[in-house]
Design a protein around this ligand. Structure first.
Ligand SMILES: Nc1ncnc2c1ncn2[C@@H]1O[C@H](COP(=O)(O)OP(=O)(O)O)[C@@H](O)[C@H]1O
Ligand SMILES: Cc1ncsc1CCOP(=O)(O)O
Ligand SMILES: [Mg+2]
Length: 264
């Protein structure tokens, strides 16, 4: 796994990541992307999202506080990105909480070519149509195999799928990997999944292989979480430490990798 080589390449390129994210986390996502070495831009107006998505290195669509005008702008941005071959990440935040979100996500998946669908177990379970007790925007609980869910949703949508949690699962339908890096405190700060979606976008933008770059993003992000938790055991200071650790990630952290690829 050449995760840190990919991190270095990403930093060199400093990809422009166009985020159409939610109101809760926009600042957190922009700061995290800057800390790790990417270049964020947030833009939502239908009049400008097409040109911005066309010149970006990646487009991230996050439905966390979606409204109909933003949804319509996402379609414009998405079509522009697809036309130029700009990869799209979809974070279906809380897709299980309302029929409205389900309908919007269905349309996004039908109309756009999405490179990566990244969400927690509750969100991906909703897309997989398997029983799950999601808890608002949090993952909740369920019995269905996460690795099966990742594979199935990847095959159904012809995209890479990443499910986050204590163990992350990444699949493109043919390959499957798990990542055990990360720390429980990451669930005590809002926007940690949303920022991960942005970071995945930055890695994908800088590498040819979607599966490998998604894996590298999860590994490095999880390691930053572990290092931040060593320095601060409480959510407020953890959040600040986490930003610092995104900035400090380097090849010396290689030995912290806890990930494996499985044959399927
Ligand atoms: N229990 C946990 N232990 C370790 N890391 C976790 C745990 N839960 C989530 N993470 C990490 O936190 C990050 C955000 O994941 P998650 O909380 O599932 O996303 P979301 O905020 O979208 O629900 C990921 O990097 C994931 O690996
Ligand atoms: C709390 C909340 N409500 C709507 S979006 C949002 C943020 C979700 O962030 P994350 O999925 O990264 O935990
Ligand atoms: Mg989330």
């Amino acid at each position: 796994m050449k995760s840190f080589e990919q991190l270095r390449r990403m930093k060199q390129q400093s990809p422009l990541v166009h985020n159409m994210t939610n109101q809760v986390v926009a600042n957190h996502v922009a700061n995290g992307l800057l800390a790790i070495g990417a270049s964020p831009i947030m833009a939502y107006a239908k009049e400008e999202v097409g040109p911005i998505a066309s010149l970006a290195s990646c487009l991230v669509l996050n439905i966390g506080t979606i409204t109909t005008p933003i949804f319509e702008a996402m379609l414009i941005a998405g079509h522009a990105a697809n036309e130029k071959g700009v990869p799209i990440v979809l974070d279906p935040v809380g897709v299980g909480v309302s029929r409205y979100r389900q309908k919007l996500v269905k349309t996004l998946l039908a109309e756009l070519k999405i490179s990566l669908i990244r969400g927690n177990a509750g969100e991906i379970a909703q897309l997989a149509k398997v029983p799950w007790q999601a808890h608002g925007v949090d993952s909740g609980t369920g019995q269905y195999s996460m690795k099966k869910m990742a594979q199935e949703v990847a095959l159904a949508n012809q995209s890479v799928v990443a499910i986050s949690g204590e163990r992350d699962w990444i699949s493109d339908g043919k390959r499957l990997a798990s990542v055990d890096n990360g720390h429980q405190l990451m669930t005590r700060v809002t926007g940690m999944g949303c920022l991960l979606s942005g970071v995945c976008g930055a890695f994908i933008a800088s590498h040819q292989d979607l599966f490998e770059s998604t894996l590298a993003a999860h590994i490095t992000y999880g390691i930053a979480g572990e290092k931040a938790a060593m320095a601060s055991p409480f959510p407020g200071s953890f959040k600040e430490q986490f930003m610092d650790q995104l900035f400090l990630l380097n090849e010396g952290d290689q030995q912290r990798i806890k990930a494996s690829e499985e044959k399927i």
